[in-house]
Design a protein around this ligand. Structure first.
Ligand code: FUB
Length: 375
């Protein structure tokens, strides 16, 4: 009878779930090599571009063309730490394509940190929106005091170049902005992230410079909440006070801080499907992209499940967009750089719904279950 070996790749580390009978050491060495080859992740999607590293893709369809607003990863030689110092990005590029699978255009530098008057360092995950005949690029950066703020820059073209406003958005803090347009024409920004995103330092409403570097270590209390606010008509300001987003379980109980597999960490995204509001996000240290569903843009949102399993590299980040009647998940991983967390590549794959509105969980790698010959 053939023996089935099942192997999985978790964050680039091969894990073998089968075993074979005792063999001599040379055969065992060959087997190990073969198994490691078999357990190398086989990505389901190829990088959209390979000439630069890109991450955190926010995708939109503007005027019939797909535009992607990613972070531009670079090697900065800053050592890795819990605060993400190694993500030391200095500009943004915009990518575009006519259709999923078609050729991808890199439009070059759309905004450089030296042209953002208030920014100090670290251009992290951006997003974009179109309103009032103008394209708006929203982006997080640390200000000169090393506090994350969210800025906005404008352009007449979806591919830029963008001109930054002189100050960050008043009342903004933390990072990972995602701007959602509702069917009634109102825009909302979702944002925030813990650990390097500094959200844990805003628990009193003002920034605690010496606050925790990770979370609040209050395991049984509700997890730190993502933030959101409606945008003003000119898209340059919040039109209301910043609100906190509740994510609850099926019994209506808010997810606690200790629920690392499900609680919010960073990378907010909002989309609407069949009149329901889907709030999706990364769980950070457990590396999932999850989603929760609500009846309005403010929530509460009820946790539903995993959209994307962990990818190669520490971070997981995504956007969801409808293109010509099909839905797509844009995401990134670190396969191209050999697993280097700060050097990522953006990718896309189709996303599908079940009839009840739940989303099929995506695994970014094919799994192996090779049949071995009889002994
Ligand atoms: O790219 C820098 C940070 O890594 C993003 O802001 C997070 O979402 C994570 O992907």
């Amino acid at each position: 009878m053939n023996r089935i070996f099942t192997s999985i790749m978790v964050l680039g580390i091969p894990v073998l779930l089968g075993s074979c009978q005792k063999k001599d050491s040379e055969t065992q060495a060959n087997d190990t090599e073969t198994q490691e080859q078999e357990t190398k992740p086989i990505p389901i999607s190829e990088p959209l571009i390979t000439h630069i590293y890109t991450a955190d893709p926010s995708a939109h369809v503007f005027d019939g063309r797909i535009y992607i607003y990613p972070s531009h990863d670079i090697e900065s030689n800053v050592p890795q730490d819990d605060e993400g110092g190694h993500f030391d990005m200095k500009d943004y590029h915009v990518l575009s394509m006519d259709s999923i699978g078609g050729p991808v255009t890199d439009h070059g530098v759309a905004l450089d940190i030296k042209d953002i008057p208030w920014a100090g360092r670290q251009l992290w995950a951006p997003d974009a929106a179109y309103a009032n005949g103008t394209y708006y690029l929203y982006f997080p950066a640390k200000d000169k005091a090393d506090v994350f703020r969210i800025g906005v820059a404008t352009s007449t073209s979806p591919s830029g170049p963008f001109k930054a406003e002189p100050e960050p958005i008043a009342g903004s803090y933390s990072m990972d902005p995602a701007v959602f347009k509702d069917d009634d024409g109102k825009y909302y920004m979702y944002f925030g992230g813990i650990w390097g995103g500094q959200l844990q330092r805003w628990s009193t409403g003002t920034y605690a410079a010496n606050g925790s570097k990770t979370d609040l270590q209050k395991d049984d209390a509700p997890a730190i909440r993502a933030r959101m606010a409606r945008m003003s008509k000119n898209m340059l300001a919040f039109d209301e006070s910043v609100k906190e987003i509740k994510i609850v379980d099926q019994d209506g109980n808010e997810l606690p801080g200790k629920d690392h597999d499900r609680r919010f960490f960073e990378a907010s995204w909002m989309h609407k499907y069949n009149s329901k509001y889907y709030f999706s996000y990364s769980t950070g240290d457990t590396h999932f992209i999850c989603y929760a569903i609500g009846d309005n843009p403010y929530g509460p949102f009820t946790y539903q499940g995993v959209i994307l399993n962990p990818v190669v590299g520490w971070t997981n980040h995504h956007s969801i967009v409808e293109v010509k009647g099909k839905w797509y998940l844009f995401y990134h991983d670190s396969v191209l750089s050999g697993g280097q967390t700060h050097l990522r590549t953006v990718k896309v794959t189709e996303l599908t719904y079940n009839p009840d509105g739940s989303i099929h969980t995506i695994d970014a790698y094919q799994k192996h279950a090779p049949d071995l010959p009889d002994e």
